[in-house]
Design a protein around this ligand. Structure first.
Ligand code: AHG
Ligand code: MN
Ligand code: MN
Length: 344
């Protein structure tokens, strides 16, 4: 006898589309425009998944990198993923404009007032890991358009707390799409079944534990860290069984992978500012904000080391920020070190 309750059993077979249409993501999602926009994003994710799964073949099958054996243009996966998202979102007229890590300026689609949203994304996160077959991802944020006037950069330069939705796709051992329309409707994960070509609900209402047992930071930057980060790093690796220290070290080098693990299991991910990246390395609009939105919706926390990411007022499309994501307790402790309220 299966131990899955009736409701769960019904949910288990639930596709992303049904989940949205049944209003499980709340009112904004259930409107046709928003549903259609999210479905466009999930369709793009299916296309990128198939490109990612074949990426390695580009070298194996002797693709020249220019024009391959089928006469196709083989682009770098970043550009290919970007092209796919721009083209897909450009259809159906629900997205007015796009901001992408791969585009210097915003890509204008339409001023039609039915296009109620703008979308920002990192089409391919973790590019350096593509050719060693380590998990990579796509990150996206959906912002309501300010008004019926012409769409401008100003429609994107709003604090992350104003996002209508945010999510990511992780191309790992399986492809998962994780998204949220905010705290009240929770964070939900959908796993892609390539034999059906659908995303199925697999992780309903993801909650981030209040405290974790892993820390994730690029120790290769240690010599460039500010003193408080060095003190926190020594503390978290210190021996204190009662406090669960030392924490285990985990660092993939793909934000989507390190953040996904932290979202599900808790702990802390930190990419602090350092002497080499005084503003931080990660981009506010399409890396930090979407994840900060998700972590706050799952009961976690997201700061730039001291202040809430979602309150930062952006001034530039590609501006960078320090980023700390994770369990409330672990992120709060990091902030105590950064504010010099504690040194051990
Ligand atoms: P992208 O591939 O979109 O440029 O992002 C790479 C980012 C992010 O995925 C990851 O957390 C970070 O770069 C890793 O940086 P380091 O290699 O400096 O640790
Ligand atoms: Mn990235
Ligand atoms: Mn990228």
């Amino acid at each position: 006898m299966s131990d899955v309750s009736g409701t769960q059993a019904v949910r288990m077979g639930m596709t992303l589309e049904t989940f949205i249409m049944e209003g499980m993501l709340g009112s904004p999602a259930a409107t046709g425009v928003f549903t259609s926009l999210l479905n466009q994003i999930s369709f793009a994710a299916k296309l990128v998944t198939s490109q990612v799964r074949r990426a390695g073949l580009a070298n194996v099958l002797g693709y020249t990198g220019e024009v391959n054996v089928q006469g196709e243009q083989v682009m770098k996966l970043d550009e290919l993923a970007n092209e796919t998202l721009v083209t897909t979102l450009g259809r159906r007229g629900h997205c007015a404009a796009i901001a992408s890590e791969e585009l210097d300026q915003i890509h204008h689609i339409t001023n039609d007032k039915r296009a109620r949203y703008v979308v920002m994304f990192d089409p391919l996160d973790g590019s350096s890991n593509i050719d060693v077959n380590i998990s990579i991802g796509t990150i996206f944020g959906v912002m309501r358009r300010s008004d019926d006037g012409d769409v401008t950069e100003a429609d994107f330069l709003k604090p992350g707390r104003e996002l209508a939705a945010a999510g990511y796709v992780i191309y790992g051992s399986s492809t998962m799409l994780v998204l949220s329309t905010g705290r009240e409707k929770g964070v939900h994960g959908f796993t892609y079944d390539p034999t059906v070509g659908e995303f199925f609900l697999s992780h309903e209402n993801i909650r981030t534990p209040k405290k974790g047992s892993t820390f994730s930071i690029n120790e290769g930057n240690a010599s460039r860290w500010e003193e408080p980060v060095k003190r926190w790093s020594d503390w978290i690796k210190g021996d204190n069984k009662a406090e669960g220290r030392p924490y285990g070290g985990r660092y993939v080098g793909t934000l989507v992978a390190d953040a996904h693990r932290t979202l599900l299991k808790g702990g802390i991910f930190a990419y602090p500012a350092d002497k080499k990246s005084p503003e931080g390395k990660l981009r506010l609009l399409y890396e930090a904000n979407p994840f900060a939105f998700l972590f706050e919706a799952s009961g976690g926390m997201a700061t730039n080391g001291t202040d809430r990411i979602l309150d930062i007022q952006p001034t530039k499309l590609h501006q960078r920020t320090a980023l700390v994501l994770g369990s409330q307790e672990d992120v709060a402790t990091f902030s105590q070190f950064m504010r010099k309220e504690r040194v051990s």
